[in-house]
Design a protein. Structure first.
Length: 461
């Protein structure tokens, strides 16, 4: 395979993931170029990079990072030869990937056609069906009326879930438990979809009770070689958003685990996938698994897979984009049969959300910041330091705390110790809530479903 050495890489993101990418580049000997909005003028990711440039003049704080032409302009002006989009923002934007390619800039990610397919939940579902992967009974494509939703409910029974076709981040979803609730849920789901994702299209599927969220990390190179790095269990969710992630999953059983990982590889092979991606499934208490979506990018929780496999996912992404094969030096991901995992890893998302005030994001200056550390502990932080100012403009993730140990119990003990070691003053965080989660007997038993948090009132302080 032809190699193209990346010399200068632009990171089209901010916060902890921008810093994570920066670190990978520095280790690979690549010069880093950061971008920032005017609100992020003193953000940490700016200073971590070798160079940084303002983008999205006149745009609002979020739109600055979505301003394709402004970002491309910076990339060209500063002779960048690759762009890593991180997660969120433009990471799943097929137009952005295409624009990069048009300008001769390497997009560190899959091909734009993968982003088109997997960005549309209905198209993704169709890809899964074509690869003979079980999908949740659903409308297939978008529904166009309340009556269509009701007809689905009559045929398949309640509960059902209405989802935005372009949805993400657990938003734009409504659970409906009976025909009476359809009118209101449909109106809300379509208006939320329009408002949040710019398109009101929704589709319907059967709502599964108490499933587990299991997702498989995939790595694929330009020659079509694809491996999985086993699974993560992201069932600990609050309102469909991940809070604590575990790798590997517990209590799934070897056969089911094997079947799920193989299904993920089969799907990605069927679309000739490229670079890192994640295939997400829901698993019922009786052990059936169903495809829900593909995230065609690096994920927030990639850290725990790195901890259990020893494989650097972000560096691998960059090397794959340069043209290296998965098993080639310096990527050196083993062949599938030789990929081993070590113990368990847990990640907690420490956010600036106040659990004593309905998880409202808190803002202001961090007047004191001290974190834990030690053996088997990993910290991936954004603007987390004494003196940092947390603004209201972006997501509330402050630092990802991950632990790794030979047994799940010791990884959990390590997590608890570290959560307790944090001293953060001047701003509220969700740490008191996370402490309750990681020492809850059901969590420690290891078989919680996606409804664990929402049905366990004692977790809320
Ligand atoms: P998003 O793209 O917004 O993250 P997903 O489709 O990945 O949305 O779903 C996020 C979460 O929502 C899942 O992990 C699960 O908890 C819940 N969910 C989604 N679809 C269903 C379903 N059909 N039945 C039960 N829970 C669901």
């Amino acid at each position: 395979m032809l190699k193209q050495k990346i010399k200068r890489l632009l990171i089209a993101n901010r916060g902890e993931i921008a810093i994570r990418i920066c670190r990978a580049c520095t280790e690979l000997g690549i010069r880093t170029v950061a971008i920032y909005s005017k609100e992020d003028i003193s953000s940490y990711h700016r200073y971590k990079a070798d160079e940084s440039y303002l983008v999205g003049r006149g745009k609002n704080p979020i739109e600055a990072y979505l301003d394709i032409e402004s970002i491309i302009e910076v990339a060209k002006a500063h002779h960048v030869d690759a762009i890593h989009p991180g997660y969120g923002f433009l990471s799943e934007n097929a137009d952005f990937a295409r624009r990069c390619t048009e300008e001769g800039i390497i997009f560190v990610g899959p091909k734009s056609e993968h982003l088109t397919t997997f960005g549309d939940k209905a198209a993704a579902r169709e890809a899964a069906v074509n690869a003979a992967i079980p999908v949740i009974p659903g409308s297939g494509g978008p529904v166009s009326s309340v009556d269509e939703v009701k007809a689905f409910g009559r045929t398949h029974g309640y509960p059902i879930i209405i989802k935005a076709v372009l949805g993400g981040g657990g938003r734009g979803m409504r659970i409906v438990r009976s025909a009476q609730g359809v009118d209101e849920a449909y109106a809300r789901a379509t208006s939320e979809a329009k408002q949040t994702f710019g398109k009101e299209d929704v589709y319907v599927e059967k709502y599964l009770d108490h499933p587990r969220h299991i997702e498989v990390q995939i790595m694929a190179d330009q020659s079509g070689e694809i491996v999985h790095l086993y699974e993560r269990d992201c069932s600990v969710q609050r309102r469909h958003q991940k809070v604590v992630e575990v790798a590997p999953s517990r209590g799934l059983g070897e056969k089911l685990r094997h079947d799920i990982c193989n299904a993920a590889v089969r799907l990605m092979k069927s679309v000739n996938y490229l670079n890192a991606g994640t295939v997400e499934f829901l698993v019922t208490p009786s052990g059936e698994f169903y495809f829900i979506e593909v995230n065609p990018r690096v994920q927030v929780e990639h850290t725990i897979t790195e901890l259990i496999t020893g494989i650097d996912i972000v560096s691998s992404q960059i090397l794959i984009a340069e043209g290296y094969g998965l098993h080639e030096d310096p990527v050196l991901i083993p062949e599938q049969k030789d990929i081993r995992t070590y113990g368990y890893a847990i990640q907690c998302r420490v956010t600036t959300e106040d659990p004593s005030n309905q998880f409202m994001p808190d803002t202001g200056k961090i007047v004191a910041y001290r974190s834990g550390g030690g053996f088997g502990v990993r910290l991936d932080a954004g603007n987390a330091y004494t003196g940092s100012v947390i603004t209201p403009y972006y997501d509330s993730l402050l630092v990802k705390l991950s632990t790794n140990a030979r047994t799940f119990k010791s990884a959990a003990v390590k997590m608890l110790r570290n959560l307790k070691e944090f001293r953060i003053r001047g701003i509220k965080t969700n740490i008191p809530f996370l402490i309750n989660v990681v020492q809850h007997p059901e969590f420690l038993e290891g078989n919680v479903s996606t409804t664990f948090i929402d049905t366990t009132p004692e977790l809320f302080v």
